[in-house]
Each structure stands twice: as C-alpha cells, then as structure tokens.
Design a protein around this ligand. Sequence first.
Ligand SMILES: Cc1cc2nc3c(=O)[nH]c(=O)nc-3n(C[C@H](O)[C@H](O)[C@H](O)COP(=O)(O)O)c2cc1C
Length: 150
Amino acid sequence: MSTIHILFGTESGNAEMVADDIAAALQGRGFETEIAELSEDVAADLADMELAVFVTSTYGEGDLPESAAPFYETLLAERPDLSGLSFGAFGLGDSVYETFNNGIDTLRGALSGLGARQIGETAKHDAASGDLASNLASSWAATLLDLVPA
Ligand SMILES: Cc1cc2nc3c(=O)[nH]c(=O)nc-3n(C[C@H](O)[C@H](O)[C@H](O)COP(=O)(O)O)c2cc1C
C-alpha cells in the first residue's frame, strides 16, 4: 500500500493540527502516513509521490502562507510532471475575507496544471463558522478513504 503524504502550509498552526487529525484518521484505517510542511524539498520530491493530501490556510490578499511560498514558486519554476499523483485538498480560511480559502484553490490549480488528479471534494474550513477544524478534518478524511485505492 502506498504511503499517503500529508503536506501542510500554515502561519499559526491550524493547518498543522488538521494535518495531524487527517493522519490519525487515515492511520486508524490502516494507511501509512507521512506529514511534512510545504517546502522547496517537498516540491522536488512531489513527482515521486502517488498519494498526497494538501492542507493549507490563506493569508494576506488570498495568498498561501509565507512559509509555503518557496514550495509554490519551485513548482511554477520547475514544472515537474505530476501525472502519477492523486491528491486531496483541505483549505482553512475565514469567510470575513473576500478571498475566502483562495490558498487551497491556488494550490489545486497549480497541481492540476502539472497533471495531478484531485480525488474527492475540496474541504474548506471557515473560522467564522465556529466549527472546529478538527471535526471537519475527521469527517472529510473518512469520505476520502472511500476513494483511496486500498
Ligand atoms: C492576517 C490574516 C489574514 C488572513 N487572510 C485570509 C484570507 O485572505 N482569506 C481567508 O480565507 N482567510 C484568511 N485568514 C484566515 C486564516 O486563513 C484562518 O484563520 C486559518 O484558520 C489560519 O490557519 P493557520 O493557523 O494554519 O495559518 C487570515 C487570517 C489572518 C490572521
């Protein structure tokens, strides 16, 4: 069974927490997981991954978190062939902003443009809803599990 890579971009830690919750849900169903923060090194390794879950918040004017910028810029510059990659997408944002959850959509667009295939629906947590991101992470991961090849 392939390892599921859980790759997060965060400014204040919420996306990392969600990455942990998703890993726990996947491990509970027998999958192996590896968690890493989005970085230049992760971008270089992406073409060798088969299954990944991207978790990122949105900052600034609808941007990815600052720490995820080198990942994104490397993708755009190197343009790796991601046709072997299937991915799930989980965004964190706040609907008080016009650019609600823009970050995960930016990432999805880049990944799809390089040939990666999205599985499942994009989850979008809204901090203004008052719902715990952990709850959405666990229920979303359960729906993703049905789509992941065993
Ligand atoms: C300064 C600032 C700017 C933000 N900008 C946006 C935004 O443009 N769009 C959005 O959907 N959420 C925005 N948010 C909300 C965060 O994405 C949300 O709080 C998220 O849970 C933070 O997750 P993190 O701790 O993983 O970074 C912003 C939050 C802050 C503090």
